[in-house]
Every structure is written in C-alpha cells, then in structure tokens.
Design a protein around this ligand. Sequence first.
Ligand SMILES: [Zn+2]
Length: 305
Amino acid sequence: MNKVSTLMAGACVLTACALGSGANTIAQGQGPADRPAVTVRGQTYTPRSILARNMGTEEDQTTAFSPHKVIGNIYYVGTRTLSSFLIVTPEGNILINSTYERNVPTIEKSVAQLGFRFSDIKILLGTHAHGDHQEGDAVVKQRTGAQVMVMAEDVPAMQAIKPGGKEHPIDRTLHDGDSVTLGGTTLVAHLTAGHTRGCTTWTMTAQEGGRNYNVVFACSLRAPGNVTPAVESEFTRTFKLVRSLPCDVPLGDHPAQYNMHAKHARLKAGAPNPFIDAANCTLEADIQEAMYRAGLAEQAKPAQP
Ligand SMILES: [Zn+2]
C-alpha cells in the first residue's frame, strides 16, 4: 500500500466514506485528487494534503496524544489525529467522539491519566457518522452505560456503523438547536450538514480565570468529491451558520483543524491559554469553503475532450 491509500483505510475521503470497520468502499491506490489547490492565509491546500493533515498515518490515528486540559472543564483524550474530548461535571462526564473502536482502551487510559474515571461518562456525543469518529460508540456504551445521543439526520448513517455486527446504540435523537445538560454544563447541538447529513457542531461555555469563553467543537466541513444539489444547499446554510457562532475557543474533530499540536506546545503555567484563539475561529471554514468552491467550479467545467 502506498502512503495515501494507507491514510484512507477506514477513513472518509473525498469520493467515498467507509461507514464502519467492515465497509471497505475504497479501492486500493485510488486517492483523493491533488487538485484543485487553494491558498488561504498564505498556505496552500489540496484535497490530498487536507486528508493527509487530518488523518496522518495509521500510527497517528491510534497513538494517544498527551491528554491535557483545553480550558475550564474540557480535556483532550484523543489520539494524534482523531479528537476525543472529555467534559467533566460534578454529576458525571460527557465524551465527544469515541473514534475508532480499537482506540477506546487508549481513550480510557488517557481519561485515567488525567485522574478521571471512564465509568463516570454518563453521556456520549459525537460530531458525525463516520467510523473514524464514532465507530467506538457501542464499546463506550458497554463499558460506561452512557446515553448515546445522535442528530436525527445522521441516524441512518450511524446505524450502518456496526463493528463486529454490534448494533449502534442510540438513546436519544437530537434536532438542530437541542441542548444536552449535565452537572451545570449545557452543550448545544447545531446541525452543520454537508460532510454528513447530520454533521453536528457542539457549543458550550467554559469558565477560566473568572471569565466565560465560547467553545466550538466543530464538525468536519470537508465536501465530498461530487457535490449534489442537496449537499450544495446543506453547505450554503452550514458555512453561513458556522461563521455566526460566538467563538473564543475553536476545536475540531481532527486536531489539525485547530492546530492542536502547535497550541499544545505553547501550553505553559502562567502564560495565556493558547487554545483561546478567536482570531482563528473561522480559519477551518475559510479553508474548506475555498476548497468547496474550487471543487464546484471544476465540477461545472465541461469534460475535456
Ligand atoms: Zn468524516
């Protein structure tokens, strides 16, 4: 396998998405295109470079990134390239994104390293119905008894994620604008469809140093290779909506979407929290919208003779 096809195994790519560990819809050697190229804030991206940035290597997808506090009661417990966030409350904890099923023990270990108990997870949320973000839901539910909540528009795709034949747990179906509250923390579910039908961006307020900060857990905004009219109308609404969300702390379901590695390297006691980064709240939307529009323009071109 060459590097690009290794990156794609089990992950969502521009042309297709594997919906579970068993669904191998991607032919070997067929990678995302290296065009169109777009330049945003001085950096050039192609579909291939974005996929490489998001997924890294197989090892990056499965190796724990140093678990750390992001802000307030929010902690990072994911791998180098697949985000998983723990939100700690006095009445139990919330996990956003179980990632791949094989990563669940790794996430459990990161939770323990931070001094929390995996069994205290009462609610399991997610950003979208792709295996690299929510394949592990059934195992997290088995180990914690957490309530699993899914945006209505993602329910069919979520039900198709059944590693080892296990049914995907869904305890509550959510709708745009619904809120989820536990122990004084409220998360709001925003439907930001396009990447999947029920792609969900979560927002909450975190307290640090006597101030409130608006935190945005963004869903992927990466467009599929072929944009249908239905997907086009989803993205038209979504790009506008994500830019309107109050935001001080941008986060994403892949660490590269918010430059986690560079920010984490700047974490220092007594220094400003690098995850507070309002100036870059729309950077990922800017990159993905530029790529989306460039892709649409190519799609509209007549086929070359
Ligand atoms: Zn995805």
